[in-house]
Design a protein around this ligand. Structure first.
Ligand SMILES: Nc1ncnc2c1ncn2[C@@H]1O[C@H](COP(=O)(O)OP(=O)(O)OP(=O)(O)O)[C@@H](O)[C@H]1O
Length: 249
């Protein structure tokens, strides 16, 4: 583990939503159709992310970023080691964490509000309505609950996708290239909005991106993956673009 990340308690909001994440000796190797283990995958990986920390993960295509996110989200189970969220092993999709993907996967037959409340079944109608309103306000779409998804721009769809994730009040927000399909200006606006939300909510964030500059601008800390292993893990204040490029080879 590097750089004092577990001491960063000052970014915790009073709500203290952020979860602690810990990966210990995690490996995952893909198998061929015949069940033979390949060299492709991830690990062995040790990583700790402190409550309320904003970690960016970068790496070239095939370096293991999606594998890492799928492991963190509980969609894949590690073949060795342990992934713990607030001390408890992640054994599958977990209510304290949520994943926002590159393309907003919204249900076209539901309204914006219906999409945002989708993960809130089981809560009272009043609580669902409150959370939908709060989440849409957080992403800057306060009046959009009744709108149809097909009426939205790409940036608005991604905002709704983020609102849907935030409405579940996650402790850990996983983001997989969430803005890469958007134009440069929308991307910059959404990035700064995400930072504001993170500061206000104190959520732990793991943000995967191809863009090294984006990682350095957004994250408090950056992990660079290369062929499934950590090539660099450091606070972004102490890393230059050249350092990152050099680490990735
Ligand atoms: N379903 C799969 N079966 C076999 N190998 C896989 C599978 N998915 C990924 N891999 C391999 O595992 C390694 C890591 O892939 P992964 O998708 O995690 O990389 P990535 O960094 O997310 O790439 P990209 O940026 O292109 O999405 C690569 O060598 C890839 O070819």
């Amino acid at each position: 583990m590097t750089g004092g990340t577990m001491q960063r308690t000052e970014s915790l909001s009073p709500q203290g939503l952020g979860a602690a994440l810990e990966l210990q000796d995690v490996t995952y190797r893909y198998r061929t159709g015949r069940g033979q283990v390949t060299a492709a995958g991830l690990g062995p990986l040790d990583l700790r992310v402190a409550p309320g920390e904003f970690l960016c993960v970068v790496g070239p295509s095939g370096s293991g970023k999606s594998t890492l996110l799928n492991l963190l989200a509980g969609f894949l189970r590690p073949q060795t080691g342990d992934i713990r969220l607030d001390g408890a092993t992640v054994k599958g999709p977990h209510p304290r964490l949520t994943l926002v993907q590159q393309e907003a996967a919204l249900f076209p037959w539901l309204t914006v509000g219906g999409n945002v409340s989708f993960g809130l079944r089981g809560l009272s109608r009043a609580e669902q309505a409150r959370r939908v309103a709060d989440a849409l306000a957080l992403v800057g779409l306060p009046e959009m609950a009744g709108r149809r998804v097909h009426e939205l721009s790409g940036g608005q769809r991604q905002r709704v996708s983020l609102a849907r994730a935030l409405a579940t009040r996650p402790g850990l927000l996983l983001l997989d290239e969430p803005f890469s399909a958007l134009d440069v200006n929308t991307r910059a606006r959404l990035s700064s909005e995400l930072l504001e939300i993170w500061r206000a909510q104190g959520i732990t964030v793991v943000f995967v991106t191809h863009h090294l500059e984006e990682a350095l601008e957004l994250g408090e800390r950056v992990v660079a993956l290369r062929q499934g292993e950590v090539a660099l893990d450091a606070p972004t204040t102490g890393v230059s673009l050249t350092d990152l490029q050099a680490a990735l080879g």
